[in-house]
Ligand binder design. Structure first.
Ligand code: PMP
Length: 411
């Protein structure tokens, strides 16, 4: 018998696309390839023993609580811990942010936060502003709501305020990553944050601040979050993926009263609540200041990895004088991120990172071309290099292979 079932896909399904980056990663996951392409934290940083102990403790102390359905808002003690931590971090950065645990919503990764915010704030054709470039996963989360995603010009210090002012009328929100941005690794300066906050206050533009990398600074903690400066004007997204482990899929939203109840309803509809067991694990591991001891070890590992990549780049591209130099069009250039996991590099004029990728893979190294991260006017010369997963030795070999591929394509 033949199947006569007619599947009719929703119009929004047609707008969904496979993650371009995941597709690229498939090509680059050949054995022996040194990958600067992945966006994964280093598995060396996962606190396995602490999680093992926490599993036993959680199951012993409160098995019913850990394994039963639970509140959609999240596990109370974890929400309190999150609020206290944000409060302390902002105070250290000189801004008072009295985060109320009642405004914290625990999510299944911050990726779910992006999805929930999209559901409650975006109608078909709503204008949504993003940095240029921006996190592709956010655009993917927004796309099913059929927004008009508009890129705001951005430079090494962050978003261009004049361009923002010109584009902000009627926008539902600006999605912004002030710290060690994915994909560029850049951070917004204090001056730019202050200007952005002032402009958002002037125009009434809501800000959606995504901060999964803020704790991974190398020399100096970043300035206070944008949301801390105007908590009623921002939604803040945080994540445990980069400081503990992404496999637990744990993140959180801090939302103002104007939107929290709707976010909670969206959360209920999406998955009732985030896994209670994982929330208790995170709480167990985090309480008593574990992150204060653990996160510095991630910072020093990633800083050493970044330094290795900078050293290898300087060695293999000695003619390069930096992205703002007079010869930037004739050389390979890169930035120097002050934290996070990524470095942003740029090919000489006339070259294209998508075209280069298969040649680089032939030489044994992979990266992610920058173009998919742009909502408009892509920079075809840009590429994202992750420095956290390969070893220092692999970083040196990988950069050597990248240099070979670039020089071979130019000659
Ligand atoms: N936002 C940004 C900018 C990211 O880079 C990522 C992870 N790649 C996420 C959100 C999602 O992180 P998670 O769901 O693991 O918290």
């Amino acid at each position: 018998m033949t199947n006569s079932t007619h599947w009719t896909l929703a119009e929004r399904a047609a707008k969904m696309n496979p993650s371009v980056i995941r597709e690229i990663l498939k090509v680059t996951e050949k054995p022996g390839i040194i990958s600067f392409a992945g966006g994964l934290p280093s598995s060396k940083t996962f606190p396995v023993a602490e999680f093992e102990a926490a599993c036993a403790k959680v199951l012993k102390d409160d098995p019913a609580g850990a394994l039963q359905y639970a509140a959609s808002e999240g596990y109370g003690p974890l929400r309190e811990l999150v609020a206290a931590q944000l409060k302390a971090q902002s105070a250290a950065a000189g801004v008072t942010w009295n985060v109320d645990p009642a405004q914290v919503l625990i999510t299944t990764g911050s990726q779910q936060g992006l999805d929930l915010v999209a559901k409650i704030l975006i109608d078909k054709d709503s204008k949504v502003l993003v940095e240029s470039p921006t996190y592709l996963g956010a655009v993917m989360a927004f796309t099913p709501m059929e927004p008009n995603v508009v890129s705001v010009a951005s430079d090494a210090e962050g978003i261009d305020i004049a361009d923002l002012a010109a584009k902000s009328a009627d926008a539902r929100f600006l999605y912004v990553l002030p710290n060690f941005q994915n994909p560029t690794g850049r951070s917004m300066t204090e001056a730019r944050r202050a200007a952005l906050s002032a402009e958002a206050a002037r125009s009434g533009l809501p800000i959606m601040e995504d901060n999964p990398y803020g704790d991974l600074w190398f020399d100096q903690a970043p300035p206070a979050p944008l949301t801390a400066r105007n908590p009623e004007g921002g939604i803040y997204l945080g994540s445990f993926s980069k400081v503990l482990a992404p496999g637990l899929r744990m993140g959180f939203i801090v939302a103002p009263k104007a939107v929290y109840p709707k976010l909670l309803q969206a959360k209920q509809a999406a998955d009732l609540h985030s896994p209670g067991f994982n929330q208790r694990l995170i709480f167990e591991v985090m309480q008593n200041g574990f992150l204060d001891r653990h996160v510095p070890t991630i910072r020093s590992l990633y800083k050493a990895q970044r330094d290795a990549m900078l050293e290898a780049l300087a060695k293999h591209f000695p003619e390069s004088k930096g992205p703002d130099s007079a010869n930037a069009d004739s050389t390979f250039t890169w930035n120097t991120p002050a934290g996070g996991m990524f470095l942003w590099a740029r090919l000489p004029a006339g070259m294209n990172a998508v075209d280069l990728l298969p040649h680089a893979v032939d030489k044994g190294v992979a990266f992610v071309p920058g173009a998919p991260f742009y909502a408009g006017n892509a920079d075809a010369r840009a590429m994202r290099l992750s420095f956290v997963t390969p070893s220092v030795e692999e970083i040196h070999r990988g950069v050597a292979a990248l240099a070979e591929a670039i020089h071979a394509q130019r000659s």
